[in-house]
Design a protein around this ligand. Sequence first.
Ligand SMILES: Cc1cc2nc3c(=O)[nH]c(=O)nc-3n(C[C@H](O)[C@H](O)[C@H](O)COP(=O)(O)OP(=O)(O)OC[C@H]3O[C@@H](n4cnc5c(N)ncnc54)[C@H](O)[C@@H]3O)c2cc1C
Length: 453
Amino acid sequence: MTTGNPTPWAGGQEATRPRLRGRHRCDVVVIGAGLTGLATALELLTLAPELTVRVVEADRVAAGASGRGTGLLGPRLGPSLQVARKRYGDQVARAAHLWSVAAVRTVLDLVERHRIDCDLTPGGQLVVAPDERALAHQLRERDAARLLGLPPEQVEFVDRELLPPVARRYLGGLRYGPAATLDPAALTERLARAGERLGLVVHESSQVRSVRRGLLATVVTDGGELIADQVVVAVNAYGGALAEAPAGVLGVRVQAGVTEKLSAEQLAALAGLGAEPLIEHGELAPYFRLTADGRLVVGGGAVERGPHGGLAPRPGRLLAAVRGLSPVLADVALDSTWAGPVAVTRDGLPVLGADPADPWLHRAGGCNGHGLAVSVHHGTLLARRLVGAGPSPGELPWLRPDAPWLPGGRVAGRLVDRYLDHLTAAAAPAGPRYGSAAPAASRTAVSRTENPS
Ligand SMILES: Cc1cc2nc3c(=O)[nH]c(=O)nc-3n(C[C@H](O)[C@H](O)[C@H](O)COP(=O)(O)OP(=O)(O)OC[C@H]3O[C@@H](n4cnc5c(N)ncnc54)[C@H](O)[C@@H]3O)c2cc1C
C-alpha cells in the first residue's frame, strides 16, 4: 500500500501495489485509479459486497489528474447558465446545475460515510469579476440563476463592498454552494484504501493495452488478463491508443502551484480562503485556496495540449498571481509547481454512459477541468447502473458514451496548439493585480518539481 501524504507537492510517490500477473476471472474491471474509477469500485462493493472488482492502473493510484488537482470542490457543469439556457433550454440548464450540486453532496456524503481524512473544509466558492465585462457576465448569470429557480444558497451575487477583504479590488462576485476545499490526492488514495477494506484489488503499473470482446470481456495488460462481465473505462484524458476510451475527449495540461508555509500575518490577510477559494472570472485566470497546513494553492495562467508531462509550462505566472493577490505576499516563494491533464470536450459537458454496441462497456470522463465533484458522482452513479439502478442513457445530454466529434490528426493538433497558445497569451499577467510580482532576488522563487506522469 502507498504510505505517506499523496498531496501533489509531496513528491516521491511510487507504485507499491502489485502488478497484474496471470489470468483471473472477476465481475467488474475498472480501468484507471483516479477519482472516477475508485469511486465506481468503492460504491460497487458497498452496494454489492459479493462482487469481485479489480482496478487496473497504468501508473499508481492518484498518478493522474486526481492526484494533481487543486482541491476546489464545487458545483457547475458544462457551459455557463446563460449559455446552457440558450443551447439546451431551461429544463436541461437547471438539471445540469442541480446535477453538479448533487455531485458535491455525493463527495461530502462519501467522505462522511467512509470517514475519509482529506482535510475537507466546507464553505463556498467565490468567482470574482476583475473588470466591467466580467461583472456584466456575472449579473446575467445571476439573472439566469433566478429564472431557473436556483436558490441563493446555490448561486448568489455578492456586491463589491461585501466581498472579503482579500477580494476588495474586484467589482463583484458570484458565490456558489454547496462547496468545500479538500486534498484531492488524499481523497483518491483513501477511496482506494476504503475499497480495499471491502475486498477491492488494485493493480498498479499495469497499463491496459486492449479489451478483447467475446462471450465475456478480456482486459489485457503486458503481465496478465482479467476476464469480466462488465468493464468501466475511467482513463480521463489518457485514452491514447486505448480503443475503448471515449471519443471526442481532448487531453490538455493545466498548471498549479503551492507556496511555502505562510506566516501568521500572511494567513490573517487571506482569512477565509480555506473555506472559500477565490476564483477570478476568465479563461485561465488565477484562482487560490488555503490548505489546512497554511499554504496557498494557485492555479491558472497557462495550458498546453497533451495529457503527459508534469512540469508547469509557465510557473512564473503562478508566482506572479500569488504575489499580486495581496501586498503581504510580495516576497513569498512557491515550494512546488506542477501540471496535470484535464479532459476537454467540444460542448464542455462530460461523458457518462455505456457503449451502444457493447453494453457491458461503460465510460465516464470529460469533466473539462471541474471533475473533482463530478468524477466521484459519476463513479457512484455508474456503480448503481451496474447493479441495475442509476440514470438511463439519453435522459440528459451528458448521459452518453462519447463526446461530440473533435478533429484529429497533425493539422488539427497544430490548430489546437495555436488556440491554446492564444489562450495562454491572453491570460498573460497584466494590470495592478500582478503589480507586486517582481521576484525577490535573494531566494529561489519557484522550484520546478515534476510529478511522474
Ligand atoms: C492541475 C489540476 C487542477 C485541478 N483542479 C481541480 C479543482 O480544483 N476542482 C475540480 O473540480 N477539478 C479539478 N481538476 C480536475 C480533476 O482533477 C479531474 O476532473 C478528476 O481528477 C478526474 O478524475 P479521473 O479519475 O477521471 O481521472 P484521473 O485521475 O486522471 O485518472 C485516470 C487514470 O487512468 C489511468 N489510465 C489511463 N490509461 C490507462 C490504461 N490504458 N490502463 C490503465 N490505466 C490507465 C491514468 O494513469 C490515471 O491514473 C484539476 C485537474 C488538474 C490537472
